[in-house]
Write a protein that binds this ligand. Structure first.
Ligand code: FAD
Ligand code: AMP
Length: 475
């Protein structure tokens, strides 16, 4: 007889594994099936995020930023060091160690919570039966009262620049390089392209980033985007906007990239090329015919605001459904569906999904951009406070960028917060909480912030929205 579970989750990434853990916390029997295979052939839970995304990229960003700061900043502190060098093999080993600890951690969490972790490919059959194909080729079926699909996403491949994984790379390849290429091309100036470009730029590569859109970070607050672009260009990232890649050909040890910009057809020769033009939902061999689960025209599994598919008891979460492709968005969806299945309250506030780009300075946002608020017609006010006015940022030698807060003129509700500056990704948490609680700018103004901390910039931005900043000039 097939093993039966209250909840079977297909996919053990940052959307799937929290769903399984929360289901078990709710007293339900839960299994999580995953088929991830690392480059060395080993299996690990954690999906793209832990194995080939968020975690390894942040490990490399940290090492390379430290290297950059040691070289560029230490003399400013009066610290003299000589013979500074970086060993990429050690840096990669550190990264691999962090990834392994995190993925082993998921297996340990499963064990502690009582989740049955299963290695293999999961395929939804009819009547909530799931076929599991193990790596050794054996098959078995599971029966589920509820199914959660969390199959994630995969890099988009350009027909004009197909991956060969040697010269034309996807984001995972770009995290695994053994040395810095002399010339690195990146297609796409989104979060992934900018982070990977930053890593290899700091290790000495000449980095050219080609972005089709004429505006930098087109969906971000444009004041924030302009400030970020200034800093990134100053670090030597050659970011070319309005540059659409039309072809890439490997020729020996180089890649000839053809692109079109306002001046016409252009060419660029690089040693390696990273294609970072976004990700697509992944659902290969996930659904047998007749399940009733539908995909939209772009391949996302169709769900409502509670991640319910059209079939009762079948849910889908994370990158394989609509919404921003972010680990924390998937995690909250996973927790929500596990709570709904257990008959508890569950909801995701899609208006308060923070987004962070881990460049230096970091770029972090939550809520509406100034462009969106303006277009809505609702009267608004804006407070912008530069980190130059923040003592902690000065002491950190990181007084770059600003915190910006947008609030409604009618009822003072905070509508959006946009930060480019040191630890912006940490600072945005306060703004997310403010949006979650529908706080007013006055609520933030009257909240005491420790001194001297970077968080004072957010406090002062709230004050500046009413021209009552103390530490910055009100404009
Ligand atoms: P995934 O993490 O893709 O996990 C899906 C899992 O399901 C995989 O393990 C896959 O093997 C498995 N699977 C699929 N189909 C089946 C099947 N039929 N049977 C069994 N198993 C299956 N997001 C952030 O929020 N912050 C960041 O800093 C960040 N940095 C990133 C950096 C890079 C380089 C990349 C590539 C992505 C980054 N992301 C970041 C995005 C983040 O990784 C994704 O949003 C997140 O991983 C999505 O989680 P998920 O669980 O939906 O899917
Ligand atoms: P994101 O979806 O945020 O990861 O960003 C991917 C970026 O790649 C977007 O800003 C796209 O405009 C950009 N892009 C997509 N196709 C091309 C192309 N052919 N040439 C240059 N940039 C591209």
């Amino acid at each position: 007889m097939a093993d039966a579970f209250d909840v079977v989750v297909i996919g053990g990434g940052p959307a799937g594994y929290p769903a399984a853990i929360r289901a078990a916390q709710n007293g339900l029997s839960a299994a999580c099936i995953d088929e991830w295979k690392n480059r060395d052939g080993t299996f690990a839970f954690g999906g793209t995020c832990l194995n080939a995304g968020c975690i390894p990229s942040k490990a490399l960003l940290e090492s390379t930023e430290l290297y950059h700061r040691v070289r560029e900043e230490l003399p400013t502190h009066g610290i003299r060091v000589s013979d500074i060098s970086i060993d990429v093999a050690t840096l990669q080993k550190r990264k691999a160690g962090i990834v392994r600890k995190m993925t082993d951690g998921v297996a340990a969490l499963f064990k502690a919570a009582g989740v049955t972790g299963i290695q293999g490919h999961g395929r939804l059959l009819l009547d909530k039966r799931i076929e599991v194909s193990a790596p050794d080729g054996s098959r078995r079926d599971l029966l589920a009262k509820n199914v959660v699909l969390a199959s994630g996403s995969a890099p988009i491949e350009l027909k004009s620049a197909p991956f060969d994984h040697q010269r034309i790379l996807d984001s995972w390849d770009a995290l695994e390089l053994a040395s810095a290429p002399k010339r690195l091309g990146v297609i796409g100036a989104g979060a992934i392209g900018l982070e990977l470009g930053s890593v290899w730029r700091r290790l000495g590569s000449e980095v050219v980033i080609l972005e089709a859109l004429p505006d930098f970070l087109a969906t971000c607050d444009q004041q924030l985007a302009r400030e970020a672009l200034r800093h990134l260009k100053r670090q030597g990232l050659d970011i070319r906007l309005g540059a659409t890649v039309t072809g890439a050909k490997v020729a020996g040890d180089t890649v000839a990239v053809a692109y079109r910009d306002a001046k016409g057809e252009q060419t660029l020769t690089v040693d390696q090329l990273v294609v970072a033009v976004g990700r697509r939902p992944y659902s290969r061999e996930l659904l047998s015919s007749g399940t009733g689960v539908e995909l939209d025209e772009r391949g996302f599994i169709k769900v409502d605001e509670h991640c319910r598919t059209a079939v009762p008891g079948i849910y889908a979460i994370g990158d394989c459904v609509r919404g921003p492709m972010l680990a924390h968005k998937g995690k909250e969806e996973g927790v929500m569906v596990a709570d709904l299945i257990a008959g508890r309250f569950g909801e995701v506030n899609y208006k308060a999904v923070p987004s962070v780009i881990y460049t230096a300075p970091e770029i972090a946002s939550v809520g509406a951009t100034e462009e969106q608020v303006k277009a809505s017609g609702r009267p608004y006010k804006v407070g912008v406070v530069p980190f130059l006015a923040n003592g902690r940022a000065r002491a950190l030698e990181a007084a770059q960028g600003f915190a910006k807060l947008i609030a409604a003129r009618d009822d003072d509700e905070i509508l959006g917060v946009h930060i480019v500056g040191p630890f912006a990704g940490e600072l945005i948490a306060e703004a997310v909480l403010a949006l979650e609680y529908a706080a007013s700018s006055e609520d933030l103004q009257r909240t005491m912030h420790a001194h001297p901390t970077l968080s004072e910039a957010v406090h002062e931005a709230a004050l500046a929205a009413d021209k009552r900043s103390i530490d910055a000039i009100n404009r």
